[in-house]
Design a protein around this ligand. Structure first.
Ligand SMILES: Nc1ncnc2c1ncn2[C@@H]1O[C@H](COP(=O)(O)OP(=O)(O)OP(=O)(O)O)[C@@H](O)[C@H]1O
Ligand SMILES: N[C@@H](CCO)C(=O)O
Length: 326
C-alpha cells in the first residue's frame, strides 16, 4: 500500500492550521498508488486529499505539477485543485516530506472500461491538451525515447529472467524506435500516465483526472498512444478495435489529429508500450519482493508491444482517415 510516511496527528493538526479548513476530524492512508503517500482527510471544512511526496518525485518538479493542476482547474477541467493556505506557499512540509492538500474528487476508476469510457477519456485528454496551450511551466520528459536505453541497461542482464530472449527482443525494438521516432509533431504538456486508475467516473460520466506526477512536455499524440496501450487491450491481451476507435474518435471530436499525427500513431504506440515495459521491468528487478508495493507485471506490456509492432497503419485501430476507406 502506498503510505510510506507515518503522519502523527499533532503534526498533521499543526500543518492544517495553515489552511481555512477547520479542525481535523479524521484521516486514513489510501492503499492505492505507488509513488506517493496519500491520505483521505476529513476536516470541519470538508473532505480533502493530503499528498506527501516521496523520494521518486523530484522536489524541483513540484511547482510544475501544482501549477499545472491549478491551471487546469482554472480552465474548468475537473482535477484535484491544490488548496491555498491562508499565507505562504501551496507546497508545505509534513513529517519531513514536501506535502500539499487537494480538493477531493468524487468518482471511482473503472476496472472494466467500455468503448464509451474510452471515448470519454479520449475527449478529456484532448480537452487537457487544449487547456494547457497557455500553461507557462515546462518539464522535460525524463522517460521519453532518449531515456529508454538507460532504463534497459539499468535492468541489466537480469531482464532475461523475466522471459528468455527478452534482452535481444528489447534491443531490436529499441533500435527501431530510436531510428524511427517521429519528429516535428505538435507538442505541449501531456499527462503521460492516463491509465484507468487515474480517471474517475461517476454515474457513467467522466468526473475527473488525477495523478499529474508524470506530466511533462512531449508529443501530444504520444499521450493518446499511451492511452491506447492502457485502455484498449482486454485482460487476456487481445486488442479491442472498438475501444481504440472510441478513444481516438473521442480525442478527434475535441482536437483534430493531422495526417502526420495519424501516420505517427503506430510508432508512438510502440514507444508507449516500450516505456511501460521498461519501467515495469526496472521495478520488477530492483524492488525487493519483501517490499509492500505491488509490482506491475512487465510481461503485460511485452505482449502489447508485440501486437503493436505488427500494426502498419492507423486504420488497423479501427478508425477511418478522411478521404480514405477504413
Ligand atoms: N483528489 C483526489 N480525489 C479523490 N481521490 C484521490 C485524489 N487524489 C488521489 N486520490 C486517491 O488516491 C489514490 C492514489 O493517488 P495517485 O494515483 O495520485 O497516487 P500515486 O502514488 O501518485 O499513484 P501512481 O502509482 O498511480 O503514480 C487514487 O487511486 C485515489 O483513490
Ligand atoms: N501506470 C504505470 C504505473 C505508474 O503510474 C504502469 O501501469 O506501469
Amino acid at each position: 500500500m502506498a503510505v510510506y510516511t507515518d503522519v502523527p496527528e499533532p503534526d498533521l493538526a499543526a500543518f492544517l492550521a495553515r489552511y481555512d479548513v477547520g479542525r481535523l476530524l479524521s484521516y486514513k492512508g489510501i492503499a492505492e498508488g505507488v509513488e506517493n503517500s496519500n491520505f483521505l482527510l476529513r476536516a470541519e471544512g470538508g473532505t480533502f486529499i493530503l499528498t506527501l511526496y516521496e523520494k521518486r518525485v523530484n522536489r524541483d518538479d513540484l511547482p510544475f505539477f501544482i501549477g499545472l493542476m491549478e491551471h487546469l482547474a482554472g480552465k474548468g477541467l475537473s482535477c484535484p485543485l491544490p488548496v491555498q493556505p491562508r499565507e505562504g506557499e501551496t507546497l508545505g512540509e509534513l513529517a519531513g516530506r514536501p506535502a500539499a492538500l487537494f480538493t477531493f474528487l468524487e468518482g471511482m476508476w473503472t476496472r472494466r472500461p467500455s468503448a464509451e469510457h474510452c471515448r470519454a477519456v479520449g475527449a478529456a485528454l484532448a480537452g487537457m491538451h487544449l487547456a494547457v496551450r497557455d500553461y507557462a511551466g515546462e518539464r522535460r520528459n525524463a522517460l521519453s525515447v532518449d531515456a529508454w536505453r538507460g532504463l534497459f541497461e539499468g535492468a541489466g542482464p537480469r531482464a532475461g529472467e523475466v522471459e528468455e530472449g527478452l534482452p535481444a527482443e528489447i534491443e531490436g525494438e529499441l533500435r527501431a524506435l530510436e531510428s524511427g521516432w517521429p519528429q516535428g509533431l505538435p507538442s505541449g504538456v501531456i499527462h503521460a500516465d492516463l491509465f484507468p486508475d487515474n480517471v474517475f467516473f461517476l454515474s457513467g460520466e467522466l468526473s475527473g483526472l488525477i495523478d499529474f506526477y508524470f506530466a511533462c512536455n512531449d508529443i501530444l499524440a504520444y499521450d493518446l498512444a499511451i492511452c491506447l496501450c492502457a485502455w484498449c487491450f482486454e485482460q487476456d491481451g487481445a486488442f479491442n478495435v472498438t475501444k481504440a476507435r472510441g478513444l481516438i474518435d473521442g480525442y478527434r471530436s475535441v482536437r483534430p489529429l493531422s495526417e502526420a499525427e495519424l501516420d505517427a500513431l503506430p510508432m508512438l504506440a510502440r514507444g508507449a508500450a516500450m516505456r511501460f515495459l521498461l519501467t515495469r521491468l526496472y521495478d520488477w528487478i530492483h524492488i525487493p519482493d519483501t517490499s509492500f508495493v505491488t509490482k506491475k507485471d512487465p510481461r503485460e506490456y511485452l505482449r502489447k508491444s508485440r501486437f503493436l509492432r505488427q500494426v502498419r497503419d492507423v486504420r488497423e485501430y479501427g478508425i477511418e482517415r478522411e478521404g480514405l476507406p477504413a
